[in-house]
Design a protein around this ligand. Structure first.
Ligand SMILES: Nc1nc2c(ncn2[C@@H]2O[C@H](COP(=O)(O)OP(=O)(O)OP(=O)(O)O)[C@@H](O)[C@H]2O)c(=O)[nH]1
Ligand SMILES: [Mg+2]
Length: 443
């Protein structure tokens, strides 16, 4: 178990060569370390040019020192930042000198964890730091920044506040049993329940979007051999990524391409054509294709429109995954022939229908370019929200069907508790450990 009272040190800039390398120190011994290393304590929050010397007075580097006394710092503890020259050796010498003075190397995410423990950030905000650093599209970066500035946390807190008011109402009703029936059929209570249910729906939608912004959306392309799956991958990605030939059974392996549809990060997965009598290599390809279907957020079923028959899906697909039928090669046939209920007509050769397909993928992802409104969310948040919503629903049913005030109160308490897991108002050490371990060192 790492000690939360240790003074920690780490390079805050990535390993490698750069113009500037930053070393960050946080904890109770920071002031002593700063005095020793810099000769004296720099003025708080003022960029100060200093020589950096180790315990023996040996010169290591010279640069800018910044000192942040507690609690006005990122971690809430005294923090020292040293901006030196960005070479791996220089940085490692500075870190080693600080360790000699009593600090220890920080573990991944330890600075952010301290910020959380000292109430500088809630969990959603701490996670947003990682999301901002890892953002792959500018939309995702903006959304992470909004989570970091508290947009998601505020929405969760507002919902929690609604639950608290409901709980007060219901618990008061239980405490006055002779009036309980009246209390529970009270119009105000009904209205609060409806409002709360609406907020749950809205927040779950926003969080789902936020998840897609953060994690991207995976679209798996499947169909019979030669339908034009690889051609479609090439068209959507704007690259000659996959081999295309007129021979059925060209693609045998899984091919993945990352594309950006109006800020939505999409992973396209091209697969081997599905057919009954494959050779040995193809059989393995088909097995992999079916495997890929399991993790799909959406499926494109590609059908060669020049072949007879409607675009029927001839493959069992996982439950609940949306599917779009794409009638391909419409450049070769009459538009009439290629018409199928709900299908998209496309030519992977000429690009006709591409705009429609891109639009449909956006719709499947539930992605609307929300611009300023969007924030990032994670699977963990969605799960906690779902759990909270479920308890809320169970409680509502208990009230409606059995007028069971006690049960409603208990379910509201559980719902409130599940919400608390999102921002970290309720959290276990295990959960915290898991969350912060995916941070990089120095963050
Ligand atoms: N005219 C026309 N030809 C197309 C179109 N899309 C694909 N093709 C041709 O159809 C053939 C098969 O295309 P692929 O993209 O390799 O098909 P696939 O579904 O990946 O095939 P497998 O990998 O074998 O399963 C190639 O000769 C393509 O040039 C289209 O929209 N119009
Ligand atoms: Mg192919």
């Amino acid at each position: 178990m790492k000690n939360l009272h240790d003074t920690i040190v780490a390079a805050a800039t990535p390993p490698g060569i750069g113009g500037i390398g930053i070393v960050r120190v946080s904890g109770g011994q920071t002031e002593f370390i700063a005095r020793t290393l810099l000769g004296s304590l720099p003025e708080p929050r003022t960029a100060t040019y200093r020589k950096f010397r180790n315990r023996d007075g040996q010169n290591l580097d010279a640069g800018i020192a910044l000192y942040f006394p507690a609690p006005a710092s990122f971690t809430g503890e005294p923090v020292l930042e040293l901006h030196g020259h960005g070479g791996p050796l220089v940085i490692s010498h500075i870190v080693a000198a600080i360790v000699e003075l009593g600090a220890r190397q920080a573990e991944p995410g330890e600075f952010s964890q301290r910020a959380f423990l000292n109430d500088k950030l809630d969990l959603v905000q701490a996670e947003a730091i990682v999301d901002l650093i890892n953002a792959g599209t500018s939309q995702a970066a903006r959304a992470a920044l909004r989570s970091l500035s508290g947009a998601f946390s505020t929405a969760v807190d507002a919902l929690a506040e609604q639950l608290i008011r409901l709980r007060l109402h219901v618990e008061a009703a239980i405490d006055f049993p002779e009036e309980e029936i009246d209390f529970l059929s009270d119009k105000r209570l009904q209205q609060r329940l409806v409002e709360c249910a609406d907020t749950f729906v809205l927040l779950q939608e926003q969080a789902k979007q936020g998840r897609v912004l953060r994690d991207g959306f995976q679209v798996v392309i499947v169909g019979k051999p030669n339908a034009g799956k690889s051609s479609l991958l090439n068209l959507l990605s704007g690259q000659d990524a996959a081999i295309v030939t007129e021979i059925a059974g060209t693609t045998r392996d899984i091919l993945r391409e990352q594309i950006d549809i109006d800020g939505l990060s999409v992973e396209l997965v091209d697969t081997a054509g599905l057919r009954e009598d494959p050779d040995r290599i193809e059989r393995e390809g088909i097995r992999r294709a079916r495997n890929a279907l399991r993790s799909a957020d959406a499926v494109l079923w590609i059908k060669d429109a020049t072949e007879p028959g409607p675009g029927k899906i001839e493959e069992p697909l996982p439950d609940g995954v949306p599917v779009v039928v794409v009638m391909n090669k419409i450049d070769l046939c009459d538009a009439q022939d290629a018409r199928a209920e709900g299908a998209i007509q496309l030519s992977a050769k000429t690009g006709q229908g591409l705009g429609h397909l891109r639009q449909r993928i956006r719709e499947l992802a539930g992605y609307e370019n929300q611009g300023e409104g969007a924030f990032t969310a994670r699977k963990r948040h969605l799960q906690a929200l779902e759990k909270a919503a479920k308890h809320f629903d169970t409680g509502q049913i208990a009230l409606q069907e059995a007028r069971a005030g006690e049960l409603l109160a208990e379910e509201l308490r559980l719902s409130h508790q599940a919400l608390g897991e999102i921002t970290g108002a309720v959290s276990s050490d295990d959960l915290l450990g898991r969350i912060f371990s995916e941070f990089c060192i120095g963050k």
